[in-house]
Design a protein around this ligand. Structure first.
Ligand code: CU
Length: 250
């Protein structure tokens, strides 16, 4: 799958994740109104250039489609993998934990297309809503007993190297497990418009390999600004997400 790695960026100038429709493909949710705290199904199709739901995909990172769900204030990040039926209808059980406007991103490559697309759409969730201010930039994040440290000095407009060091109980974790073909998946969302960047380490990870404690990414932040970074990694059979706010200077 190494050949699929290049098309992380839209070459047309528009950043991924900002449009509901691109290159003839449209992200079509079955409903855009939900209730917080209620078990529901997220259902949607990707409509193709012929107006019909796409049923054939090229796998990227072991999945036909990756779905990112995040509240528009950048809290409550989820990276999930819905199932598709024979008609091209995708669904996954989901519970929105609070009210507010939430953004869905579908990250996929339609069969026969030479690049990935990330389409985004908003849905509205009723229920109590307290905006969460974006956390101040910090280089460490703790989740489920893991401490994750971010090193790197990102700049706008060219590739920056970001390294995450993962430890647990003060000891470096050296047996990270491959998760969807990589030791880490990094989604970055730009504050203000929620433009979407998705990166993977250069190194491909096969089942049985051990990774860590460092995971390094080459990431190009398109502009100066504030970004929220979400790093998914897998250890001891569980996937964890570490979050960072990063200020990219002009
Ligand atoms: Cu995914």
């Amino acid at each position: 799958m190494g050949g699929m790695e290049q098309a992380e960026h839209d070459e047309g100038g528009q950043l991924p994740g900002l449009a509901v429709s691109d290159a003839g493909y449209t992200f079509t949710p079955a409903t855009t109104s939900f209730q917080s705290g209620a078990k529901t199904q997220l259902r949607f199709t990707i409509q193709g250039p012929d107006g019909k739901p796409v049923t054939q995909y090229t796998k990227t990172h072991e999945k036909d489609l990756h779905l990112i769900v995040v509240r528009r204030d950048l809290s409550g990040f989820h990276h999930v993998h819905p199932r598709m039926d024979a008609t091209g209808a995708w669904s996954i059980p989901f519970t929105f934990t609070s009210g507010g406007t939430w953004r869905l991103y579908a990250d996929f490559q339609a069969a026969g297309q030479d690049r990935k697309l990330t389409l985004g759409t908003d849905v509205n969730v009723s229920g109590s809503y307290t905006p969460v201010p974006l956390a101040k930039p910090a280089s460490t994040y703790s989740v489920h007993g893991y401490d994750v440290t971010l090193q790197g000095s990102p700049v706008a407009g060219r590739e920056s190297e970001l390294t995450f060091q993962i430890s647990r109980g003060g000891k470096p974790v050296t047996d990270l497990q491959p998760y969807l073909g990589a030791f880490g998946h990094l989604v970055s969302l730009r504050g203000g418009d929620l433009a979407y960047l998705h990166n993977h380490p250069a190194q491909h990870a096969d089942p049985g390999m051990n990774g860590g404690p460092a995971i390094t990414f080459g990431t190009t932040f398109p502009t100066a600004g504030t970004y929220r970074l979400y790093l998914d990694f897998q250890h001891a059979g569980a996937v964890h997400t570490a979050e960072f706010t990063v200020e990219v200077p002009s």
